[in-house]
Design a protein around this ligand. Structure first.
Ligand code: IN0
Length: 398
């Protein structure tokens, strides 16, 4: 934390934002003990929120933005997905047990008392699965409509993960297919939860294409960013159809991070992610509830900031490039409506544009996708709905 404050020493607005989040109470209670110890003394629901805090601090803050009736369903959804992800990721867990469990995990959600010892690639993830009976009891306490969504997405995702456990991501089609399973389905599931709560329209749940794009934008950004971390784990999700044009082995980028080929490759990974941004803008424009909007918009502007930071950046091949905590804190606090989303998306799109050079093999395609983003931002700029919503809000205020 102190290091993050120092990094933002020349940016007072970022310092204020970080301190506001720290003091603001929107950061849920941060327990000291590890999750295994906490599990012994916390109730089921408290354990779930403590687990959420342990596995993803920033998401734990974002989920607090949600309306109360969506908080438990989304918290359980996130933990069920994390449980599934832990099973997928733990290569020490024998495949003959792992693959059937991935396909079966959606039934475990209904199995009162089920838990799994010794699986997960960190102490907290192992504690999550070792105490999964607590998550299941909270799941069983949810409305039937929420349970059906969570179990159905879990079934589709588990089967997709098992299918991909035995094959590589080679073509661009594989890449979109794999990202659909691990992230697009999350967007589709969240939309169904929002609609089931009655806070958002049924139309939101029906438009799978836009919801899928929300997940692909986040996942492709994480995959592009995590090149080095995944290389050290002996795996990659970078599609061979992209990186194979610039090297014969993936390690070559780490060996020559600043070569024209390495930079052209990270730039194409960014260009590939940018194709989903216009759909994400349309999805966000459909959301009516302000808290649901913030919950969905914050990760999107973070991802856009990350894409701008990793574009043409050789550091991607030698470390995990992350945006400054101060910038993230500031965006978390002021991503409240479409105008702010437009400001940030425009800002980071311009940043990419200013880094581009005509010598880049994907210059034309990247320019085309950036222009598509500017068009989508214009389409939602003065749409009657957003103007009407603002007028109504302002009328209410006076
Ligand atoms: C998420 C997404 C998420 C949030 C809001 C709306 C979404 C719409 C569609 C798809 C996903 C959406 O947000 C989290 C954010 C998060 O966990 N950030 C981590 C990631 C990181 O850097 O490790 C953090 O610590 O900052 C997210 O990335 N995913 C996620 C998972 C479950 C749910 Cl319910 C919502 C993961 C993923 C793979 C992108 C879907």
């Amino acid at each position: 934390m102190v290091i993050d404050l120092l990094k933002s020493a020349h940016h007072p607005s970022e310092l204020i934002a970080m301190l506001k989040i720290k003091m603001g109470g929107s950061v849920p209670h941060q327990y000291k003990e590890d999750l295994a110890t906490l599990a012994k003394r916390l109730g089921d629901r408290e354990f779930c929120y403590a687990a959420l805090n342990k596995v993803s601090r920033s998401f734990a803050v974002v989920i607090q933005q949600l309306p109360a009736e969506l908080r438990d369903p989304v918290c359980v959804f996130y933990l069920v997905l994390r449980g599934l992800d832990s099973v997928e990721d733990d290569m020490t867990y024998p495949a003959e047990l792992r693959l059937p469990l991935l396909r079966n995990f959606h039934r475990k959600c209904y199995e009162e008392g089920w838990k799994l010892e010794g699986v997960g690639d960190s102490a907290d993830y192992r504690a999550l699965l070792a105490n999964f009976d607590k998550v299941i009891r909270v799941f069983l306490g949810l409305d039937e409509a929420y349970r059906t969504v969570i179990a159905d997405i879990c079934k589709q995702m588990g089967n997709g993960m098992a299918d991909y456990a035995e094959r590589k991501v080679n073509t661009l089609e594989d890449y979109d297919h794999y990202c659909h399973y691990v992230a697009g389905l999350v967007g589709i599931g969240l939309s169904a939860l929002f609609s089931a709560s009655g806070l958002e329209s049924e139309q939101l749940r029906e438009d799978w294409e836009l919801a899928n794009s929300m997940g692909l934008m986040l996942q492709k950004t994480n995959i592009a960013r995590d090149y080095y971390e995944d290389l050290n784990l002996g795996r990659t999700f970078w599609p061979r159809q992209i990186w194979g044009k610039y090297a014969s082995r993936l390690e070559e980028f780490h060996a020559k991070p600043s070569s024209p080929e390495s930079l052209a490759c990270i730039n194409e990974m960014v260009c590939n992610a940018l194709q989903h941004v216009s759909n994400c803008i349309l999805y966000l424009h459909r959301i009516r509830n302000r808290q649901v909007f913030r919950f969905c918009a914050i990760p999107q502007v973070m991802a856009m900031a990350t894409l701008a930071k990793i574009y043409n950046n050789p550091n991607v091949f030698t470390e995990v490039v992350k945006i400054r905590k101060g910038i993230a804190a500031k965006m978390m606090l002021d991503t409240n409506d479409m105008e702010r989303v437009r400001y940030y998306i425009e800002k980071f799109a311009r940043e990419i544009q200013n880094k581009m050079s005509e010598s880049d093999p994907n210059y034309a395609l990247t320019r085309k996708r950036l222009n598509r983003i500017y068009e989508a931002l214009d389409d939602v700029r003065f749409s009657p709905e957003s103007v009407r919503a603002r007028c109504v809000e302002e009328l209410v205020l006076f």
